[in-house]
Design a binder for this molecule. Structure first.
Ligand SMILES: O=C(CO)COP(=O)(O)O
Length: 126
């Protein structure tokens, strides 16, 4: 994943519509990134932005969050946008926590809701 910077996109189920809308609204900026996404999230974003360069990993509960965490640890993910659902219990909550922990350990920009993602994408545009 050399030249272009890599952005990771993830959304919990209740936030997938929101992330798809965010991606559509920011498609031009996102097209400058190489993107990795958890499986279902990546599919939803590709439904609305089929031209984006998105590598879909496993679904979150099946290891996708951990795959993205590993890519952060190897320096292959530069920025994380993760629309988190704070109102639903997740069986893979430990994976979500581990991913966020690695984003903090490696000090990569991490947006956990749309308001922050809008600011981050705007900042990275400049
Ligand atoms: O569960 C997720 C993040 O924790 C997201 O995974 P999906 O994009 O496969 O639904």
């Amino acid at each position: 994943m050399a030249d272009r910077k890599c952005l990771a996109l993830i959304a919990h189920d209740q936030k997938k519509d929101d992330l798809a809308a965010f991606a559509k609204a920011n498609e031009a900026v996102l097209s400058k990134w190489k993107i990795v996404a958890t499986g279902t999230t990546g599919g939803r974003v590709l439904d609305v932005c089929p031209a984006l360069d998105i590598v879909r990993l496993k679904s979150g509960p099946l290891g996708g969050d951990q795959q993205i965490g590993a890519l952060i640890a190897t320096g292959d993910v530069d920025c994380l946008i993760f629309f988190v659902d704070p109102l639903t219990a997740m069986p893979h909550d430990v994976d979500v926590k581990a991913l966020m922990r690695l984003a903090i350990v490696y000090d990569i920009p991490m947006a956990l809701n749309r308001a922050t993602a809008e600011q981050l994408i705007d900042f990275r545009r400049n």
